[in-house]
Design a protein around this ligand. Structure first.
Ligand SMILES: *Cc1c(COP(=O)(O)O)cnc(C)c1O
Length: 375
């Protein structure tokens, strides 16, 4: 059997009965748009996250865009985000005429570095978007403090960390995505809570914001055919909601399975001096959307090639800082650079991790990595 980055087929086999029944139900009732499963999933998800409002939408990128529209961010406003992230985080800013202010990340947690953010502030700074990269929370207590002090909105990009818990210094525990003013997530199939197509959601504890988000996602209307603001059409399909309703029940089990794989990798790879296994953030649990190593001495690409020759897949998330992308160069001046981001782009490699792993594949992957490093 071929090793895969993510084994969605194996996962489906275990929940096939429930998923098939949910999808069939949508078809039997031809309830394709805003059918009952959408509301049911929304309510289950609100309960799971312990958040007042979940507004389902079409994908994670839309979720971020709608969040920024709901906060009335205007062309010229500046929004701080990490430069080491998936493009969607900053792409929506470009679409809305906002200016992404790309900042560095912490080299241990890979999340946005809260130290030194002051130097990026201008009178136009309106918001900050922490991304909970690879599955663990950014240091939200510090980010909230910074945001409060400077009157900024906090939008969490939680596309990679659904199910992760953040603990504040007073002991309060919150799910990522429910901590800032608005949280955004994606149900892209390979995400930790993935559907069988595109999907996304927006989370908030603020009643007024929730109303506005719902209105914007629905053509700017509260009442059908009466449009208050210019909005968009962003819905979660009923069929996708039916799949998510089933998978949500297993999300904690899935996170546990990912953690078991991560522990096995840790134990077997930690002794290799040219590898840094992923460090855990102090105040967050990890849901291991990705298991990402740092490879020293410029050996990352050679390792990837070696693994590929042995039919072991791996991925580089992400090979290029946002500000070096053609599309985003316009937002920085010539010669702009962030040292940690640039180092990570050259050192990171993500290994297969998912919910269906077998010991044989794990043994093979770790054995091949050891053999590459001659240990
Ligand atoms: C996947 C992802 C998104 C976008 O989600 P889509 O559903 O693919 O639009 C946004 N931000 C991050 C960090 C992601 O990983």
């Amino acid at each position: 059997m071929k090793i895969q980055m993510v084994d969605l087929k194996g996962q489906y086999a275990k929940i096939k009965k429930e998923v098939d029944a949910g999808i069939q139900d949508c078809i039997d009732n031809t309830a394709f748009i805003n059918g009952p499963a959408v509301k049911e999933f929304q309510q289950d998800f609100e309960k799971y996250l312990d958040v007042k409002h979940v507004i389902p939408c079409a994908n994670g990128t839309d979720a971020l865009q709608i969040a920024m529209m709901a906060l009335d961010l205007k062309p010229g406003d500046e929004v701080i985000c990490p430069a080491f992230t998936y493009v969607a985080t900053a792409e929506v800013m470009g679409l809305l005429g906002l200016k992404p202010i790309m900042v560095d990340v912490n080299e241990d947690t890979f999340d946005i570095e809260f130290r030194g953010l002051d130097k990026y502030l201008t009178p136009n700074t309106k918001a900050i978007v922490p991304v909970h990269l690879y599955g663990q929370s950014a240091d939200m207590e510090k980010i909230l403090e910074f945001a409060e002090k400077h009157n900024l909105f906090v939008i969490e990009d939680n596309a990679q960390a659904i199910g992760s818990d953040y603990t504040f210094s007073d002991g309060t525990v919150k799910k990522t995505g429910t901590i800032g003013h608005i949280g955004c997530t994606s149900f892209f199939p390979s995400k930790n809570l993935g559907c069988y197509g595109d999907g996304g959601a927006i989370m908030t504890n603020d009643d007024d914001l929730a109303l506005k988000i719902r209105m914007i996602a629905n053509h700017g209307q509260e009442k059908k055919y009466y449009h208050k603001v210019v909005g968009c059409n962003s819905r979660l399909d009923t069929i996708q909601a039916a799949v998510l309703k089933v998978k949500l029940k297993y999300l904690d089990e899935y996170s546990e399975a990912r953690n078991q794989m991560a522990s096995y990798y840790d134990e077997n790879l930690a002794g290799i001096s040219e590898i840094q296994v992923p460090k855990r953030a102090e105040n967050s649990t990890h849901v291991f959307h990705q298991y990402t190593l740092r490879v020293k001495n410029g050996k990352r690409d050679k390792l990837q090639q070696y693994l590929a020759e042995k039919n072991i897949p791996s991925m580089i998330y992400y090979p290029l800082p946002l500000y070096k992308q053609e599309a985003f160069k316009q937002y920085v001046s010539e010669g702009f650079g962030l040292p940690v981001t640039e180092k990570l782009c050259e050192e990171v490699i993500s290994l297969p991790i998912h919910t269906e792993f077998d010991q044989k594949s794990l043994d093979l992957i770790t054995a091949e990595i050891k053999s590459f490093f001659n240990v």
